[in-house]
Design a protein around this ligand. Structure first.
Ligand code: NAD
Length: 296
């Protein structure tokens, strides 16, 4: 069993830490939000006074933070964590951030004698709670072999997609497809409903037809179609509109970097920006349906 420092106990990090505790690991945790730390302590973790204390004796450091600036702020700079992590430790950042930011932090970690992976996840809060996340990993293969038993306690699928930063590129590709599919699924259900169709029947038909997707079957945007979907609880919880907007912005930057064309990805980014401006930034991204069906 390993001594793990876990930093960032939000919607995703909280349940991921809980699964590491269930697997018998020793966790020293830190988050800026005291209630998140208290919850982890209730599950068997020990609380650190700050991130530096959390990593001081760690064999493994895991971070799950919102965006690039948080990850760079945590590890780099004068107040950064890297000099405080014991040499030889393994650092795994599971946040979704810019590929360039992941490479920058991994390079600085390597210079300090630390092994680092970018390991963003897919599977949402339900996958985090159930321990069925997909890990999308960038970094050295032999480093991933060290991380594998730890990741397996939090997820079901582990993909090695390339060198440092590649995990982030692959994650952005997935989320760009998801963002587009969710938006068009909302349009399809709104169109059917405008013709008097029952959105539940329409969804059930689509779920066994060629329009099927995670958006129809797991996170259906129409309230009441799926009892456990965010749409059925006022779009609370789940994967926030602002996080999807961040990922689509990162996809746009990544596309510009290599001159790739992503017309639908760019359109989706604008739709989620409008959804955020309409006051739904903190609600699940499936609330984007409200742009075309204000009262679904
Ligand atoms: P969240 O906002 O719920 O959690 C982030 C946590 O990090 C918060 O508790 C915050 O207090 C903490 N934090 C921020 N800066 C910190 C610092 N310097 N030190 C300690 N704690 C700090 O976000 P989330 O939904 O858990 O998402 C985390 C990451 O996972 C994001 O990059 C997101 O894009 C990605 N992701 C989210 C989902 C999802 O469904 N929510 C799914 C896949 C990937």
């Amino acid at each position: 069993m390993s001594r793990i420092a876990f930093i960032g106990l939000g919607h995703m990090g909280g349940p991921m830490a809980a699964n590491l505790l269930k697997a018998g690991h020793e966790l020293l945790v830190f988050d800026l939000v005291a209630s998140a730390v208290e919850q982890a302590v209730g599950q068997g973790a020990k609380a650190a006074a700050n991130a530096t204390e959390a990593v001081a004796h760690a064999e493994i450091v895991i971070s799950m933070l919102p965006a690039s600036r948080h990850v760079e702020g945590l590890y780099l700079g004068e107040a950064g964590l890297l000099p405080h992590i014991p040499a030889g430790a393994l650092v795994i950042d599971c946040s979704t951030i810019a590929p360039a930011a992941a490479q920058k932090v991994a390079k600085a970690a390597t210079q300090r004698g630390l092994a680092m992976l970018d390991a963003p996840v897919s599977g949402g809060t339900a996958g985090a709670a159930a321990g069925t996340l997909t890990f999308i990993v960038g970094g050295d293969e032999h480093v991933l072999e060290r991380a594998r038993p730890i990741l397996a306690a939090m997820g079901k699928n582990i993909f090695h997609v390339g060198a440092s930063g590649a995990g982030q590129v692959a994650k952005l590709c997935n989320n760009m497809a998801l963002g587009v599919i969710m938006a068009v699924t909302g349009e399809a259900l709104a169109l059917g409903a405008a013709h008097g169709l029952d959105a539940k029947v329409l969804s059930q038909m689509m779920a066994v037809s060629t329009g099927r997707s995670w958006a129809t079957e797991v996170c259906n945007p129409w309230p009441g179609v799926l009892e456990n979907a965010p749409a059925s609880r006022g779009y609370a919880g789940g994967f926030g509109t602002d996080l999807m907007l961040k990922d689509l912005g990162l996809a746009a930057e990544a596309a510009m970097g290599v001159g790739a064309s992503i017309p639908l990805g760019e359109l989706a980014r604008n739709l989620y920006a409008l959804n955020s401006k309409a006051g739904r930034g903190g609600l699940d991204f499936s609330s984007v349906i409200k742009l075309v069906a204000p009262d679904p």
